[in-house]
Write a protein that binds this ligand. Structure first.
Ligand SMILES: C[S@@+](CC[C@H](N)C(=O)[O-])C[C@H]1O[C@@H](n2cnc3c(N)ncnc32)[C@H](O)[C@@H]1O
Length: 201
C-alpha cells in the first residue's frame, strides 16, 4: 500500500516536473520571439512570487488584476492566499500563455487575452473597482507604458494596491518619476535574474 502511494506521488511529481520543463522551454522560446515583451528567459521563481504578495492582507481583497501572468507563477501564489470568492482577472497578450492559464486555473480565473493598453476598459468591464494589481510586465513596454501608468495612477488614487517587480531599480526611478513608489522587498537573489518588488498605493 505504502509502496503504491509512494509510486503514485512519484508519478505526479514527474508529471509536474515535465510540465515545468515544457513551460520553461516555451518561456525561453517566447523570449527569443519577443524579447521586449518577455524581458526574461525563465519564469519568475517561487521566491519571487512569494515576495510579490508578501504582507498583503487578502481578507479585504475582492477583485485582483494580474498583468502579464505568463505561465502563472504569480497566479498560483495569488490563488493560494486570496479568498475563494475573490475575482481574479488575468490580462495576457500572448494567446499561448492565455490558453495555458485557462487550462491550468479553470473557472477560478477570468482570462482576458489582450494588451494591458486596454486596462481602463477591462477594469470598467469587471466592475470598475480593483483592490489589487499584480504586474509581471516589463517595466517599459514601448507605446503602452505611459497610458498604462495613467490608468494605474487613477486606480491607486482610488485605493488599489499596485505591486510590480524590476531587475533594474534605476529604471523604476526613471519611469515612475514623481509617483509614490516604494521598494517592498530586499533583493530576491533566488531568481534569474535577481529582482526587487515595488509597490504604489
Ligand atoms: C517577464 S514576463 C513575466 C511572466 C510572469 N509574470 C513571470 O514573472 O514569470 C512578461 C509577461 O507580460 C506579457 N506581456 C507583455 N506585454 C504585454 C501587454 N502589452 N499586455 C499584456 N501582457 C503583456 C508577456 O506575454 C509575458 O507573459
Amino acid at each position: 500500500m505504502n509502496f503504491y502511494v509512494l509510486n503514485v506521488k512519484t508519478q505526479q511529481e514527474r508529471k509536474i516536473m515535465w510540465r515545468d520543463f515544457r513551460e520553461n522551454i516555451l518561456f525561453a522560446w517566447k523570449y527569443v520571439c519577443h524579447p521586449l515583451r518577455n524581458a526574461s528567459v525563465t519564469p519568475s521563481s517561487a521566491r519571487a512570487a512569494e515576495a510579490m504578495v508578501a504582507g498583503i492582507d487578502f481578507s479585504d481583497i475582492h477583485t485582483i488584476f494580474e498583468l502579464g501572468p505568463g505561465t502563472g507563477v504569480f497566479t498560483k501564489r495569488i490563488l493560494k492566499y486570496c479568498r475563494q470568492d475573490t475575482k481574479v482577472v488575468l490580462v495576457e497578450i500572448d494567446p499561448k500563455y492565455a490558453a495555458l492559464l485557462q487550462e491550468r486555473f479553470g473557472d477560478r480565473v477570468l482570462v482576458e487575452q489582450t494588451s494591458v493598453a486596454d486596462l481602463e476598459a477591462l477594469v470598467a468591464k469587471h466592475g470598475g473597482k480593483v483592490d489589487l494589481i499584480i504586474s509581471g510586465l516589463p517595466v517599459v513596454i514601448p507605446g503602452v507604458t505611459e497610458k498604462l501608468l495613467r490608468v494605474i495612477k487613477k486606480c491607486t488614487d482610488e485605493g488599489t494596491i499596485y505591486r510590480f517587480f524590476s531587475y533594474v531599480p534605476f529604471l523604476v526611478r526613471q519611469v515612475y518619476k514623481g509617483l509614490p513608489v516604494r521598494k517592498v522587498s530586499p533583493c530576491v537573489l533566488l531568481n534569474v535574474p535577481p529582482l526587487w518588488v515595488f509597490e504604489m498605493h
